[in-house]
Design a protein around this ligand. Structure first.
Ligand code: FEO
Length: 403
C-alpha cells in the first residue's frame, strides 16, 4: 500500500520510515527509528528527488507508482548517493529505463564504485549554478561538498522556494505520519535527535556546512520549504533550525551548562561526579548533566558535548592510562572537530593516578580551542572529607568561568 503526503500541491513525500534498523551507519543507535525521504514532483515532467535505503525500496516503488499512474518517470535527481539514499537507484532504472538521471560528476563516479549499473542510461552531469526546467518548475543545483560526502549537492526550486537539502537539516527519528516539523513539538521531542544526527554524522564538516549556510543566506527570503533526506520537512519557523545548524557547525555551545562525563569502575569516581554536580547546583548552576560513559552510547555523549559549554571529565586511571571508554569518547570529540569548550578534570587512581595529566594532554594537544581549568580534583580510590576544599574550589572555578 502506498503511503505518501503532499509537501506542496504538486510535490509529494514518497519516502519511508524504518523502525527495524538498530544502528544507523551500523554505529549510532536510533531507538526512534529514521526516515529516508524522497520527493516526487508532478510537473509537465515527472521528477523523483533521491531514492531510499534498499530496505525501504518496495515502499518507495509503491509510492511512486501510485502517484505516476500511467505517466513515465522523466527525471531522477540524486542530491546524495550514499546508500541510505542511493541504494534504490538501480531499481528505479530497471523500472523506468528511460529516466534521465541528474547528479554530480563525483556522484556518478561513486555510483560506479558501489557497483550501481548506471551506464547505458541517460546521465546528466550538473555543477554549481546549473539549472533545469521541468515545466513550470525550474531548479538550480548547488554544490554541497562534504555535507556529508564530497559528491553531495542540494537543489533549489526557484518556482516555489523548495530547498532539497540532502543530509543538511536532517534528523534521526521516524516520521510516523507527521511530515512537517510544525506538526510535532520539535523543540521538545525532536531537537535532541536532530542534534545527535548532525553532530555525529556531519559534525566534522562544520566549515562545509557554514559554506552551504552562506550560500543559503543569499536566498534566505526565497526559501519556503526545506526538504531534507531524513526527518521532518520545514515550512514554518525555518530560522529556528537554521540557527541551530549555524551554532553546531561553528562549534558554539547552545547553552551555558555543565556536562559531567564520568568513567567509574566501582562507583567512587561516580560519587565524586555526583558530589560536584550537587555542589554546582548548590551554587546556582543547575543546568548540569551527568553521564556514565560506560552506559551511554558515545553518540549521545558527543551530542551533549555540542550542546553544552562546559565538560567535566572524571576518569579512573586504567592500565596507567585513561579509562578506555573515556578515551574512546575523547577520540570521537577529536574526530568530530569539537571546539570552543571549557573543560575541568577529576582523576582517580589508587596507586598511580595518571588520568588527569593524560586527559589534560589530550585536550591540550588533540582538540582545538579548548580551555582546561587549573583546578583539578585528584582522588585516591574514593572521595573523602579532606578533599572538600578541592571540590569546592573546582566548583567555584567552573561557576566563575561561566560568568
Ligand atoms: Fe543520509 Fe549521508 O546519508
Amino acid at each position: 500500500m502506498y503511503c505518501v503526503r503532499n509537501v506542496t500541491e504538486d510535490l509529494y513525500w514518497v519516502g519511508a520510515n524504518d523502525h527495524r534498523l538498530h544502528l544507523f551507519e551500523n554505529i549510532h543507535p536510533i531507538p526512534r527509528g529514521v526516515s529516508y525521504n524522497a520527493y516526487l514532483l508532478l510537473d509537465e515532467k515527472t521528477v523523483l528527488f533521491d531514492t531510499v535505503d534498499w530496505s525501504a525500496c518496495r515502499q518507495l516503488l509503491e509510492n511512486v507508482e501510485h502517484l505516476l499512474g500511467e505517466r513515465p518517470l522523466d527525471y531522477l535527481v540524486i542530491n546524495h548517493m550514499e546508500p541510505d539514499h542511493g541504494a534504490s537507484i538501480e531499481e528505479i532504472l530497471l523500472r523506468w529505463p528511460q529516466v534521465k538521471v541528474i547528479s554530480t560528476e563525483k556522484s556518478f563516479l561513486f555510483m560506479r564504485q558501489f557497483g550501481f549499473q548506471i551506464d547505458g542510461h541517460a546521465l546528466i552531469e550538473v555543477k554549481e549554478g546549473d539549472t533545469q526546467t521541468f515545466g513550470k518548475h525550474t531548479v538550480t543545483f548547488v554544490a554541497a561538498p562534504m555535507v556529508h560526502w564530497p559528491e553531495a549537492m542540494v537543489t533549489f526550486d526557484t518556482t516555489n522556494g523548495v530547498l532539497f537539502s540532502a543530509d543538511a537539516f536532517g534528523s534521526f527519528g521516524a516520521l510516523d505520519g507527521k511530515l512537517f516539523a510544525d506538526e510535532v513539538n520539535f523543540d521538545r521531542d525532536w531537537i535532541d535527535d536532530a542534534r545527535r544526527y548532525l553532530t555525529n554524522i556531519v559534525g566534522k564538516y562544520g566549515p562545509h556546512i557554514q559554506l552551504l549556510l552562506k550560500k543559503a543566506g543569499t536566498i534566505l527570503d526565497q526559501i519556503k520549504y526545506i526538504c531534507p533526506l531524513h526527518g521532518p520537512v520545514w515550512r514554518k519557523d525555518l530560522g529556528y533550525f537554521i540557527d541551530k545548524y549555524d551554532k553546531w557547525s561553528r562549534y558554539e555551545p547552545e547553552e551555558k551548562g555543565v556536562m559531567i562525563a564520568y568513567a567509574s569502575m566501582y562507583g567512587n569516581t561516580e560519587a565524586a561526579a555526583q558530589a560536584l554536580a550537587a555542589k554546582l547546583c548548590e551554587k546556582g548552576v543547575t543546568n548540569v548533566w551527568v553521564y556514565d560513559v560506560s552506559n551511554t552510547h558515545v553518540s549521545y555523549l558527543v551530542s551533549e558535548s555540542f550542546r553544552l559549554s562546559h565538560i567535566v571529565l572524571a576518569s579512573v586511571t586504567y592500565n596507567l592510562g585513561i579509562y578506555p571508554v573515556m578515551h574512546d569518547y575523547l577520540m570521537h570529540l577529536k574526530g568530530l572537530n569539537l571546539q570552543n569548550r571549557t573543560f575541568a578534570l577529576i582523576e582517580n587512581g589508587s596507586w598511580a593516578p595518571k588520568s588527569g595529566d593524560l586527559m589534560q594532554k589530550f585536550v591540550d594537544e588533540e582538540l582545538k580551542n579548548m580551555t582546561v581549568l587549573n583546578d583539578r580534583l585528584s582522588i585516591a580510590s574514593s572521595l573523602h572529607a579532606d578533599k572538600a576544599a578541592e571540590l569546592e574550589s573546582l566548583a567555584d572555578s567552573i561557576v566563575e568561568s561561566m560568568q
